[in-house]
Every structure is written in C-alpha cells, then in structure tokens.
Design a protein around this ligand. Sequence first.
Ligand code: C2E
Ligand code: CA
Ligand code: CA
Ligand code: CA
Length: 279
Amino acid sequence: SVTYSSGNWVPFTDNLKNNHAHQLRLITLLTEDIQHDVLYFDIQPQVDLSTNEITGGEVLIRWHNDHVGQVSPGEFIPLAEQTGLIYKLTDKLLESVFLWASQHPRALHTQRLSINISALDLLQDNFAKHTLDRLSKYQLAANKFTIEITETSIFQNNALVHHNVKQLHQAGFKLAIDDFGVGYSSMQNLVALETDELKIDRFFIMNLLDDTQSQILCRNMIDLSKALHITSVAEGIESEGILQLLKSWHCQVGQGYHLYRPMSPIDYLTLLDKTVPPL
Ligand code: C2E
Ligand code: CA
Ligand code: CA
Ligand code: CA
C-alpha cells in the first residue's frame, strides 16, 4: 500500500489511521453503533495446561461497521475511553454477556467467563453495585465470572478503583490482572487486592523461544504466581514450542491462536459440547 515515500506522502494506511477526520468519523459511527447495539462479542477459550481441559473463555468485544468494516478493539477501545463512550460500551456488553449466559447455562456449568473492564469503569462510584444488581437480575452466580483489569489501572492506587474491585470480589467475582509485566507492578497491590489470576502479557510469550530475557521474566512471573497462590495465565500462545515450554514451567492456564482462536458464542458452545462431558 506504500506508493510514495517522499514529500508529503506517507503510506496510505498509516495516513488513514492517524487522520484526525477519520478518528472523528470513527467516533461518530461508534456512538451510533453502541446506541443501536451493533457491537457483539467473541469468546476465546482458555485451557488448563496440565489437563488440556477448557477452563472458560475470555469475552472479546467486536465491532463491524458497514462503512469502515471490521475495527479492532485495540483501535476503538482507546477512542471509547478518550470520549467517555466506554461507560455505555461496558454497560451494554455486560448486559448482553449476562443475558447470553442466562440463556445458555451450558457455558457456565463447569467453565467461567472473563470480561475486560476498563479502568474508567472502575472510577465510577456505583460500578460494582450496578454490576451486582444486573447479575442478580439474571440470577447468575458471581463466581462464574472473572473481571480482567490491566495492571496500570489497578496500580494507580485509586481508592474508588479498590473499593469497586473489593466489592465485586467479595460478591464472588474473580479478579485477573491483565497484561502483567508490562506496566508498573506492585507486589503489595497484588496481595492487597487478593488477585486470583495473573495474565502474563503476550509480549513475553511471543518472544519466549528466542529471547532469554523473556524466558527469565516469564518463569519468574509463573513462580511468583505460584508462591502467592495466584493462577498463572499465559496469553498469546502461537506455537507448539511455546506451549511445551510453558507446560514444562508449570504455567497453569493458556490462551492463544495455537490452542483456540476467538470464536462466536455459538461455536464456543459447540466446542464445549465436543470437549467437555455434560453434567
Ligand atoms: P487483551 O485483553 O490482552 O486480549 C487479548 C488479545 O489478544 C485479543 O485481541 C485476542 O484476540 C488476542 N490474541 C489471543 N490469542 C492470540 C495469539 O495467539 N496471538 C496474537 N497475536 N493475539 C492473540 P483483541 O480481541 O483484538 O483485543 C485487543 C484488546 O482490546 C484486548 O487485549 C483488550 O485490552 C481490549 N478489549 C477487547 N475486548 C474488550 C472489552 O470488551 N472491553 C474492554 N474494555 N477492552 C476490551
Ligand atoms: Ca484481557
Ligand atoms: Ca492481555
Ligand atoms: Ca493487551
């Protein structure tokens, strides 16, 4: 797609991405599409690395717009956060995930669902209460759900964030620290928040086979988790070699294209039927 690299010309795709008008257009379309329930979600299975059983799945939001096509959450979540659209987005996502789960109890028989929550959501003082009310509306058990929160959001050490997390946790939600290792880590916070899962960032996992430093850091994160009785989760497992290495280090749970790609909720249920004996 690169045609001219001199003068004022930059590669077309980069130009488009950085284009202010394009961003504004995305924001307008996103606003409309959130309002009209156009966004949906996929689920990526997570696997117990010692038994190969599916332990649950991570809910990943998706957006397809007729004018701009498929937009990745890596692109539109930051936009939603910058514009305050994130509140509505998370709100609608939780509503649709809980509704879906209540209609398909199979999904939660022996598995759990992980949901990504933005730091901004946790700065809303009624977030936990609101979420718990909604959960009871659908008569779902909190301990079937994990909330994934990035390291940076939790380690801001904000009282409101801690309050929301504690309230959800006390009600039974599990807590996962997402993208662990890339941000600002604090052992004290890990312990204070009674973290249930550490999700080792994809960055370390991707480079495992050829980068000694990633290997050292990754092994340490797995050992640290073990010592603190926290479940270690490796995301972004893309090859058999990486999978075997993580198994040899006794990493507990794995996620990645080499195991399963994110899939539609229907495909996820079909997979559970194929791989998990019904109760
Ligand atoms: P994340 O929470 O770290 O999610 C994992 C991302 O890694 C997902 O990208 C997933 O599709 C991708 N992935 C999984 N396995 C592999 C692999 O083997 N190789 C590679 N290269 N990638 C893999 P996705 O779905 O594009 O989401 C990107 C990010 O957007 C997420 O990163 C998360 O930070 C955010 N996000 C996604 N859904 C939501 C949501 O519902 N709410 C919020 N607040 N953020 C979300
Ligand atoms: Ca995540
Ligand atoms: Ca992650
Ligand atoms: Ca990430």
